[in-house]
Design a protein around this ligand. Structure first.
Ligand SMILES: Nc1ncnc2c1ncn2[C@@H]1O[C@H](COP(=O)(O)OP(=O)(O)O)[C@@H](O)[C@H]1O
Ligand SMILES: [Mg+2]
Length: 267
């Protein structure tokens, strides 16, 4: 088996869809036959379990693994939608708790490397908080590359630039962007940036564009992911993004219905 690819999913901005992208991209990779482990490193605000709908199954977390209480395969919950998708929670922080501790970087990296081999993983996706700090530094120590999640709002695109430079300082230089909550109408009306303009502005390659879809948003609040929901363009977008991450040449809007491709690409 080839080496496990460790990809961190981040942005120095909250609410842009990091956890949503981690979960749904993980499922898309898993459904394409690639064993994928999701690791929630949002230590202050665990939420991947809610997005996956596995909050009652996740008895152990990544700190339990790093502190030697359980092995990764015991802490990882297999997803009901694909046996190729596994996930490990971040520690639960009660509302009155404000402090959290982050595992030792060397231990974390060695646990991920060992899990990659013993669990025969193709991908490990690490979800991170929307800020610089110890959890991002931990994820960066283990990651080969980063997906920076942004929307096509100017503030988010600027934050994506800042995130890339922060990651570079942490030694992660292989960065690309996923544009989430993309609204085709706002581009056609001239309110928001199209794809070429975003590439120009952020100086980062775009590996995927995920449309905004209210059905997808509501599904995410109930532990449902793409393929279970009636949101065809979002599903196609995650399939395309997964294919591009695997190194396949797939045009960004393949499979989307009811959009004007050429106009969306213009600046
Ligand atoms: N493409 C999308 N379309 C509609 N809603 C989305 C989309 N992506 C994310 N959301 C919603 O945006 C909110 C924030 O997403 P989340 O993944 O928690 O962000 P982050 O992890 O960056 O803080 C959630 O309510 C989620 O359901
Ligand atoms: Mg999150």
């Amino acid at each position: 088996m080839s080496k496990t690819r460790v990809i961190l999913v981040t942005s120095c901005k909250g609410g842009v869809g990091k956890s949503t992208v981690t979960a749904n991209l993980g499922l898309a990779l898993a459904r394409s036959g690639h064993r994928t482990l999701l690791v929630d490193c949002d230590f202050g605000n665990r939420c991947l379990d809610l997005i996956l709908g596995t909050e009652d199954e996740m008895l152990y977390d990544i700190s339990d693994v790093c502190e030697g209480r359980v092995e990764m395969n015991e802490a990882a919950v297999t997803d009901r939608r694909s046996s190729n998708l596994l996930a490990v929670a971040a520690p639960y922080l009660a509302p009155e708790q404000h402090d959290f501790s982050v595992p030792d970087k060397e231990v974390f990296c060695s646990k991920l490397t060992a899990a990659g081999e013993s669990m025969q993983l193709d991908y490990i996706l690490i979800d991170t908080p929307g800020a610089l700090g110890a959890p991002l530094e931990l994820a960066a120590a283990a990651a080969d590359s980063a997906l920076i999640v942004s929307t096509h709002h100017p503030t988010a695109l600027r934050a994506a630039d800042g995130t890339a430079s922060a990651l570079s300082a942490l030694g992660v230089t292989d960065c690309s962007m996923v544009i989430n909550s993309f609204d085709p109408d706002s581009v056609l009306l001239g309110y928001r940036a199209g794809v070429i303009e975003m590439i120009d502005r952020a100086v980062l390659g775009i590996v995927g564009v995920i449309p905004y879809d209210p059905v997808f948003a509501i599904g995410g609040e109930h532990g449902e992911l793409v393929y279970e929901l009636d949101c065809r363009n979002v599903t196609a977008a995650f399939d395309n993004t997964a294919a591009r991450i695997r190194g396949e040449t797939v045009p960004l809007f393949t499979g989307w219905k009811g959009i004007k491709r050429k106009k969306l690409l213009k600046r």
